[in-house]
Design a protein around this ligand. Structure first.
Ligand code: ADP
Ligand code: MG
Length: 397
């Protein structure tokens, strides 16, 4: 992947437009409940400011109706938190697309936050006229929003075509470097763990990954679909029976690559009070729910993890939110933490599991982008990255 990085560009005295991902979770009162994404976005802002740029930052937040700004989706709380973290007042600019006195007054060392980019009509459709108007605000466009890199929108894609210069911010660049390290030229054996509950989205990930990896570990609802494909029983567990054919095709095409679970922790319901029972897969009853991998399966997987050179991890292998069904995920998290392999992990619930088991600092790279991470694993082109590569190629050629 070849694209310009913010660090490649002299931004002194320039107007720098940063598209960040500041879409943080909020409670009903609008208070930020987790500011990880804001903190992860600070390096781009600090770097541009330190090198004498005038900085504009925007992001989406929530799912507002375009053309209808509303208080609940305003970036006002983000401006406040950003101000606390940067130790300065961060003005919030509304109706910013065509500039104005605030833009004329922007000078080196200033930083402003531009209100929710999804308030603008045409943002999601990647409207060219909108992107062109936005591009006029900037000398340098910086995309630092890996989390939305799989979407072509006016602030993630169109603007990059028209701005005088376009580059990746440090967070975006770090994500892409880590993914390239894991998948483009990985230390072998390369193994992937794909688990969790989004069965249908993730089966296409598996189909792509199966040809790249040396072993493919399945868990959660995905594993249940593979148990069915291997002729086993899953009771009333989460699975997608329509996708058994696809799972079977993977098993047939890559013999031995996908270990199918041999034992499981089951219960009659998903509840903290549910009685957890350990069963061999062949003993699973019609009213059982498989809620975690069993210890024999986990033992076999730990051997594979110990030998791996690279690990790509998306999805908890059990209902880890309930401790009775968290042992499999916990054991794999610890095995990954102890292994010498380079591990990249991504996914909202995967990150929650990594935090719960306290292994975050022993995972090689933790991706901030759920959807974009999965689409990259599927082998899809991320439009926000493709346009930066296109600009770079045009410049070089
Ligand atoms: P991520 O957010 O990391 O991409 P997903 O959203 O796909 O992961 O899946 C996470 C959820 O899957 C967790 O809430 C977990 O409880 C659930 N899960 C894992 N294993 C099972 C299972 N066997 N049956 C039902 N749900 C499961
Ligand atoms: Mg999830």
């Amino acid at each position: 992947m070849s694209f310009l990085r913010l660090s490649d560009i002299d931004v002194r005295g320039k107007r720098v437009f940063i598209r960040a991902d500041l879409n943080v979770p909020q409670d009903d009162a609008g208070s930020i409940t987790d500011d990880t994404r804001i903190r992860a976005s600070l390096p781009a802002m600090r770097d541009a400011l330190a090198r004498g740029a005038a900085v504009m930052v925007t992001s989406h937040l929530g799912r507002p109706k375009e053309g209808q700004p509303n208080e609940a989706d305003s970036l006002a709380p983000i401006a406040e938190r950003l101000g606390e973290l940067l130790g300065r007042t961060v003005p919030l600019i509304r109706d910013w697309v065509d500039g104005g006195p605030w833009h004329a007054a922007l000078k080196s060392g200033d930083l402003v936050l531009l209100e929710n980019c999804r308030f603008n009509k045409g943002e999601k459709a990647d409207s060219e006229p909108l992107a062109q108007r936005m591009a006029k605000l900037a000398d340098v466009y910086v995309n630092d929003a890996f989390g939305t890199a799989h979407r072509a929108e006016a602030t993630t894609h169109g603007i990059a075509r028209y701005a005088p210069a376009a580059c990746a911010g440090p967070l975006m660049a770090a994500e892409l470097d880590a993914l390239a390290k894991a998948l483009a030229n990985p230390a072998r054996p390369l193994m992937a763990i794909v688990a969790g509950s989004k069965v249908s989205t993730k089966l296409s990930v598996l189909t792509h990954l199966a040809q790249k990896v040396d072993s493919l570990i399945v868990g959660g609802g995905i594993a249940n679909t593979f148990i069915l494909a291997a002729g086993g029983r899953i009771g009333k567990s989460l699975a997608e029976p329509e996708l058994v054919g696809e799972a079977k095709a993977i098993l047939d095409k890559y013999p031995g690559k996908v270990p199918v679970p041999i034992d499981a922790v089951v219960a009659k319901e998903i509840a903290a009070s549910a009685k957890a029972t350990l069963k061999a897969v062949e003993d699973i009853a019609a009213d059982d729910l498989i809620l975690d991998l069993g210890p024999e399966t986990v033992m076999a997987l730990k051997t594979i993890i110990a030998k791996a050179g690279t690990i790509v991890w998306n999805g908890p292998v059990g209902v880890f939110e309930l401790d009775a069904f968290g042992e499999g995920t916990k054991a794999l998290a610890n095995a990954i933490a102890e292994s010498k392999a380079f591990c990249i992990a991504g996914g909202g619930d995967t990150l929650a599991a990594i935090a719960k088991y306290g292994v975050a600092d022993r995972i090689g790279y933790i991706s901030t982008g759920g959807g974009a991470f999965l689409e990259f694993l599927e082998g899809k082109t991320l439009p926000a990255v493709a346009i930066l590569e296109g600009r770079f190629a045009a410049r070089a050629g």
